[in-house]
Design a protein around this ligand. Structure first.
Ligand SMILES: [Zn+2]
Length: 414
């Protein structure tokens, strides 16, 4: 038993060291390029915005490092320190049914963890984002958002956890396949209702009222064979000045959402280019591919869990004395990141491949030059660094670094 505890501590330590090392590399890369704008961007980006991006990137790294160490220590307290054991015994003493006990233990752990993480969230929003001029939220909205999040988590998590635990405790040895099907169906339902029921809890969505722009967008969409289910503008500016655009929903409930901040900083040609990129994701079935990949990974993980759940050493090595389905879920979610960190570069690689395909599609549908100017504006508005460390970026960035992306688009200019 003891060697498995040691293995866990060792894996936790290695994963922490990898993250800290990547973070140090990123800082070094950004700081060493702070003095000059990269040649390809010299015409478009001032030294002042380049340095702001560098300072912003470095400022965000510092609390991340502390948080990495802090959460590793917390993880040890939860497991070997007896935190989970204490919580489990406390809830068990009320002698509720095992499903109720499981729901209470899991939700308590989530709740305590998010309270313990709150200082970092507060620091990010009201110190870093504020200092660099991105924060638009205030204490009242922050608290309201937090309460809404708690309520939403309860509404979604209680039936989800109850369903999973119920299937796990059924007699079938193939419970993990049922749980997989249940998770898949649950995910589809949430994606379907997200744009109409969940997103509006936090933001206001109004139909795009600029007739000229709307007409151009509709033309582009029909040219690409995308059925028009609504183009919406979201009031992202009430929380942050960062801008974005995305697709959401499934089937008939699909819609396109622009942040108001994005529409304010891009001209019509550029908005069209950004939309063409998003339509590229749709054309290449990236959402469907992502869902399939996710389903395969989930099935594999559940098969591993189905084996672990029967091993007493799995619980004992992580500081829990009594086996239970809910504890298996919690412990599994604790050890998964220690393994998945090694797959992060592969996941980022697939995501980047999709970004290139979407960029190539946008370059065909509109002018590559226009997407370049749009991207440069967005990188500048969001103070994204143009000089990330390649290894840090391979682990953390779902999108290719700006210079690589822009070089690819430049090669498409006829
Ligand atoms: Zn994209």
């Amino acid at each position: 038993m003891q060697q498995f505890s040691l293995l866990f501590v060792f894996a936790l330590l290695i994963s922490l060291l990898i993250q800290l090392w990547l973070s140090a590399r990123q800082k070094k890369s950004v700081v060493s390029h702070r003095g000059a704008v990269p040649d390809d961007f010299a015409e478009h980006i001032s030294l002042e915005s380049h340095q702001k991006a560098a300072d912003y990137t470095v400022a965000k790294l510092a609390p991340n490092k502390i948080e990495l160490v802090y959460s590793s220590v917390l993880l040890l307290i939860w497991t070997l320190g007896g935190g989970l054991e204490w919580l489990d015994q406390l809830v068990r003493s009320y002698q509720l049914s095992s499903i109720y006990t499981g729901i209470i233990v899991i939700l308590s752990m989530l709740f305590i963890s998010s309270i313990l993480d709150l200082p970092f969230t507060l620091y990010r929003t009201f110190s870093i984002e504020q200092r660099f001029g991105f924060n638009r939220t205030n204490a009242a909205r922050f608290i309201k958002d937090m309460l809404l999040n708690v309520m939403l988590t309860l509404v979604l998590a209680v039936p989800l956890i109850a369903g999973i635990l119920w299937l796990m405790q059924g007699a079938s040895p193939f419970w993990w396949i049922y749980v997989w099907a249940f998770l898949f169906a649950f995910g589809l339902i949430v994606s379907f209702i997200y744009p109409t029921f969940i997103a509006p809890i936090f933001n206001k969505f109004s139909p795009l009222d600029d007739a000229g722009l709307r007409e151009r967008i509709e033309k582009l969409m029909s040219r690409c064979g995308f059925s028009n289910n609504g183009i919406f503008v979201m009031d992202g500016s009430k929380r942050s000045s960062h801008g974005n655009a995305y697709f959401t929903g499934l089937g008939k409930n699909k819609r396109i959402v622009f942040f108001d901040t994005l529409l304010n900083s891009l001209d019509e040609d550029e908005v069209e280019a950004v939309l063409a990129h998003e339509l590229g994701h749709f054309k290449h079935h990236h959402i469907r591919k992502g869902l399939i990949l996710n389903a395969v990974i989930t099935l594999f993980s559940l098969a591993v869990l189905a084996w672990l759940i029967k091993q007493d050493v799995f619980y004992n090595a992580l500081g829990v004395s009594q086996a239970s389905t809910y504890m298996a879920l919690i412990l599994f979610s604790i050890i998964t990141p220690l393994v998945s960190v090694y797959f992060q570069p592969a996941m980022s690689y697939f995501s980047r491949k999709h970004e290139f395909e979407a960029d190539d599609f946008a370059a065909e549908q509109s002018k590559p030059q226009t997407l370049i100017t749009a991207l440069v504006k967005l990188y500048q508005d969001n103070a994204n660094t143009l000089t990330p460390d390649p290894l840090y970026s391979a682990f953390h960035d779902s999108h290719p670094p700006a210079p690589v992306r822009i070089a690819n688009l430049s090669s498409k200019i006829k």
